[in-house]
Write a protein that binds this ligand. Sequence first.
Ligand code: NAD
Length: 476
Amino acid sequence: MATMIIEGERAQAASGDTYEVRNPATGEVVDRVPSGGEADVDRAAKAARKAFPSWSKLAPAERAKILHKAAAHMLAKVDEIAPVLTAEQGKTILESKIEAQRFGENIAWFADLADKIHGEYVLLPDTRTYGLVVRNPIGVTGAIVPWNFPLTLAANKVAPAIAAGNCVVLKPSSTTPLATLKCIEALIEGGLPEGVVNVVLGQSTGNAIVTHPDIRKVALTGSTPTGKKVMAAAAPFLKKVVLELGGSDPCIVLDDADLDEAAKAISVGRFFNCGQACLAIKRLYVQEGAFEPLLERLVERAKKLKPGNGMEKDTRMGPMHTETQRAEVEAQVQDALDKGAKVAFGGGRPEGSEYEKGNFINPTILTDVPDGSRMVTEEVFGPALPVMRIKDLDEGLARANNSPFGLGSSIWTSSMAAAHRAVKELEAGYTWVNALQIAHDELPFGGTKESGFGKEHGLEAFYQYTEQKSVVYGGL
Ligand code: NAD
């Protein structure tokens, strides 16, 4: 049985409660884990607070060295960790390998910054004084993670936090704790001191992290409703929050686009991880001249996405993570069909005995989806793509921005002027121009509008795990 990790040790829940983690492809039990609660979060926060003085005072170059060694140790275990992620989450083994690899690379990327914190020297009006702006770590930080990318979304929080000298209480999603435990165990085996990262499990530990007085900052990736609850719960503590929430990324394709490249990127952008991604092309707006040829290319690509158990070699798309999640996507598709949409590809579930026990669904492409339908107004967290016709860029931008979300966005065009306008006018935290929607370590990532605020990735994320202090030196 897997356990929580508190102060470097394997820990059961104080209550003794446990629950089962199940495989979304087979329904089988993968493992049992402790179902922690407030008492366990308190223990973990105390362990993190205890570890903080020595971790934060370590010579920065030494901290960088420890993190690089721990990351290398973890990276050597990618082949061991990936099948665990596939078993608990459902994604294909290739997707799991990419994700586990990204976890270790992210730790290493921020380790490089650990000894490169810069401050400022500031002249003051009085010539006998001068100012400095220094940066200190925050203390104990909390990380709350969803089930769609358990490892990369944990690393997005843990890596900058510990590189900057903080200690962490990490809560994976209840349904995907196992690969995360393996990654943190590997970091500890590789030399990460005990108590620097603690892992608690169980549904109620999220709220316990947000309301624990010793945890000074909380980074959540989750749905928009959860983000609103977390922000409200953090308010009485005036706690810093980073909220990476839902999205409904628009993609605009103009007549002058490279349609082969666009189709490739849109297909990956919608169907990767069985469509369960925050950054995913969820509304496609295509100019009239490109509409039919692009649709044809998308359908050709969708035909190759064979659903199946993520462990099978020929599987190109795993099952949906939960039955509820599949029912939600099916209801959104049905709503569009009821309102007049047409199926260009897919719809329904794959048939055959191998699909009976899992949450399988077909990749689906719909056209003529009206603006008022749920697929347009809500986040579609599964492999279903609505494709809409637009007359021109004006219409594309107006309809793209007509959403409460503002996470990612993209445009395909060979016109510099059109691309420039889209970059300026698309209401989103990220715009890709003629490029695959990949969130790069180097660029700050985060949403606007109801997709949240605060950044992960890049120097910005690192600095957001420090606090600025102004200093005046007098008596010169
Ligand atoms: P969720 O909001 O249900 O849960 C996310 C995490 O928050 C889980 O660990 C959960 O246990 C915890 N949680 C739930 N209620 C809480 C509360 N009141 N207080 C504290 N913690 C609480 O999300 P999910 O269904 O696991 O994930 C899917 C959602 O995440 C989608 O909306 C998706 O768009 C979003 N997401 C966003 C990003 C991004 O970077 N913006 C990335 C991936 C996923």
